[in-house]
Design a binder for this molecule. Structure first.
Ligand code: 6PG
Length: 477
C-alpha cells in the first residue's frame, strides 16, 4: 500500500513475543509502525532483528515522542500485561493524546476492566478498544484471529489494518467488530474457556489410551494424526499429535513422558466459569477443564493417594478408535454449545447483540480453537438455532445423534476402568440434562420447602407459590 499520511499508521507499545510479532505483521503488510517499550533496550534489539521490515519501523523510547510519531487520529495498540499495568499505561499516555485517538488493549484482559475503561473514556474525546488476539506468537506474526470491542469510530480507523494482518479463511479476514466496550474481550475469554475444554478432552482420551490400554505416546500421537483428516480436524488435534510424537533430546524418551503432570493457567478459563455462574449458567465441560488443572497442581497429594485409595475393579473393554473419535467430537460440540450459551447470556445482559455466526467465522482460522467444526457452526447459526441453543440446530442434532452413543460407551468404559474423564463426562451429563423434559429439580424444590418453607410452583397450576403437606419426620429412636 502507498503511504500518504504523515506519521506512522499505528503505534505498538510492548515488544514482548506477541507485540513484536504483531508489529512485524503490520510492517510486512506495508503499514508504517511506531514501536515503544517500557524497557528501552528492547526497542533497539527489536529494530536490530527486524530484517527486511526495518524500513517500515521506527522506535521511540520516550512516550511523548512515540505518540507524536503516529498519524492522527491515532491507533495505539498495547501488548502488555493486563490489569494494573494497563491502568498505569492509560494514566501515563492520555496527556499526549488528541481527540479521536484510540487506545487498543490487545491482551487477555478481564472484560469488566475493559468496560470500566471504555466508560471512563466516554467523557473524553478518546476511544478505548478491547481486542482479543488469538493464535499465539505464530498467529500474531502471520495471521491471528481478532475479536474487537469498541466504538464504530475506532473500528473504522482500525479495520483496514486489522483485516490486512488477520488470518484468512478462504480469503475472508478472521477479525470483526463484535460490539461495544468489553464485547471483544469477553468473546476472547469464552474462546479460551472452550480452548481449555478442548485441550482437556483431548488429554482425557490420551489418558484413557495410556492408562486404560497401555498405549505409548507415539502410538497415540499417530492415532491423533489420522484424526486430523476427519471431522476432528483442528489445530489442537494437530498440536497434540505432533507433541505426542516428539522426542526429548536429553533422554530419548517421548517429550510428554518427561513433563511433570501439573498444568499452569493464567485465568481466562476461570473467568469464563465465574462469568457463566454469575449469569445463572453452568459451562460444566469448561469448569471440569479448569478444575482438572487445579487438581493437577496437587501432585504430592495424588502420589500419596495412589496406594491408599482403592482402584476400579470392574472389567471393561476399551472402545475402539472410531468410538473414541466420535466421543471426542460429541464432547467438542457440547463444550462449544456451552461456550455459545454463555455468549448468548452475556449478549443479553450487556446488550451487545453478538452475532454468533460471525464469531464462528472469525474462529475458523488463526485462533487456537480453529477446527473443521467451526465452519459447520457458522452454517448452523446462519440457518437459525432454535431456542438459542446450538444443540437444537438440525445439523448439530444429527451430529450428536451420530456421536453421543460413542460418548456413552467411552464414559462408561472409563468409569469401569477407573480412568477420570471430567470434561467428557460433564458434557455427557449436560446433554442428558438438557434432553430430559422432566428433570429432578421437583425433589430439590420439595427439600427446600420441607426444611425452609421456600415454596414451589405446581405442575397443575400456572404461577403462584405453594407449600407442601409434608409428613413429620420419625421421632429419634
Ligand atoms: C490464544 C491463547 C492465549 C493464551 C494461552 C495460555 O488464544 O492465543 O488462548 O491467549 O494465553 O493459551 O493460556 P493459559 O496459560 O491460561 O493456559
Amino acid at each position: 500500500m502507498t503511504n500518504t499520511k504523515t506519521g506512522a499508521d499505528i503505534g505498538v507499545y510492548g515488544l514482548g513475543t506477541m507485540g513484536s510479532a504483531l508489529a512485524l505483521n503490520f510492517a510486512e503488510k506495508g503499514f508504517r509502525v511506531a514501536v515503544s517499550n517500557r524497557e528501552a533496550g528492547w526497542i533497539d534489539s527489536f529494530l536490530a532483528e527486524s530484517g527486511d521490515m526495518a524500513g517500515q519501523l521506527e522506535g521511540h523510547a520516550d512516550l511523548a515522542d512515540f505518540v507524536k510519531s503516529i498519524a492522527r487520529p491515532r491507533s495505539i495498540l498495547f501488548m502488555i500485561p493486563s490489569g494494573a499495568p494497563m491502568d498505569a499505561m492509560i494514566e501515563a499516555i492520555t496527556r499526549y493524546l488528541d481527540d479521536g485517538d484510540t487506545l487498543i488493549d490487545g491482551g487477555n484482559a478481564d472484560f469488566h476492566d475493559t468496560r470500566r475503561r471504555a466508560a471512563a473514556f466516554e467523557a473524553t474525546g478518546f476511544h478505548y478498544v478491547g481486542m482479543g488476539v488469538s493464535g499465539g506468537a505464530e498467529g500474531a506474526r502471520h495471521g491471528p484471529s481478532m475479536m474487537v470491542g469498541g466504538s464504530a469510530h475506532s473500528w473504522d480507523q482500525l479495520r483496514p489494518m486489522a483485516e490486512a494482518i488477520a488470518a484468512k479463511f478462504e480469503g475472508i479476514p478472521c477479525v470483526a467488530h463484535l460490539g461495544p466496550d468489553g464485547a471483544g474481550h469477553f468473546v476472547k475469554t469464552v474462546h479460551n474457556g472452550i480452548e481449555y475444554a478442548d485441550m482437556q478432552m483431548i488429554a482425557e482420551v490420551y489418558g484413557l489410551l495410556r492408562d486404560g490400554a497401555g498405549h505409548d505416546a507415539a502410538q497415540i500421537g499417530a492415532l491423533f494424526e489420522r484424526w486430523q483428516n476427519g471431522p476432528l480436524s483442528s489445530y489442537l488435534i494437530e498440536v497434540s499429535a505432533a507433541a505426542l510424537q516428539s522426542v526429548d533430546p536429553k533422554t530419548g524418551q517421548p517429550m510428554v513422558d518427561v513433563i511433570r503432570d501439573q498444568a499452569g493457567q493464567k485465568g481466562t478459563g476461570r473467568w469464563t466459569v465465574i462469568e457463566a455462574l454469575k449469569m445463572g449458567q453452568s459451562a460444566s465441560a469448561i469448569e471440569a477443564a479448569v478444575g482438572a488443572r487445579g487438581w493437577s497442581a496437587e501432585k504430592e497429594v495424588r502420589v500419596a493417594a495412589e496406594p491408599l485409595l482403592a482402584a476400579a475393579t470392574l472389567e471393561a473393554d476399551l472402545p475402539g478408535a472410531d468410538d473414541l473419535e466420535r466421543a471426542l467430537l460429541a464432547g467438542r460440540i457440547l463444550a462449544h454449545a456451552q461456550g455459545y450459551r454463555i455468549l448468548t447470556a452475556a449478549s443479553d445482559e450487556f446488550d451487545w447483540s453478538l452475532d454468533f455466526a460471525q464469531i464462528s467465522e472469525i474462529w475458523r482460522a488463526g485462533c487456537i480453537i480453529r477446527s473443521a467444526l467451526l465452519d459447520a457452526l457458522s452454517d448452523a447459526f446462519r440457518a437459525g438455532v432454535p431456542e438459542g441453543h446450538l444443540i437444537l440446530a438440525p445439523e448439530m442434532r444429527a451430529r450428536l445423534a451420530d456421536t453421543v452413543p460413542a460418548l456413552r460407551r467411552v464414559v462408561a468404559a472409563a468409569a469401569s476402568l477407573g480412568v477420570a474423564l471430567p470434561a467428557l463426562s460433564a458434557s455427557l451429563s449436560w446433554y442428558d440434562s438438557m434432553r430430559r423434559g422432566r428433570g429432578t429439580a421437583n425433589l430439590v424444590q420439595a427439600q427446600r420447602d420441607f426444611f425452609g418453607a421456600h415454596g414451589f410452583e405446581r405442575t397443575d397450576e400456572a404461577g403462584g407459590k405453594h407449600f407442601g403437606a409434608w409428613n413429620d419426620l420419625a421421632a429419634p429412636g
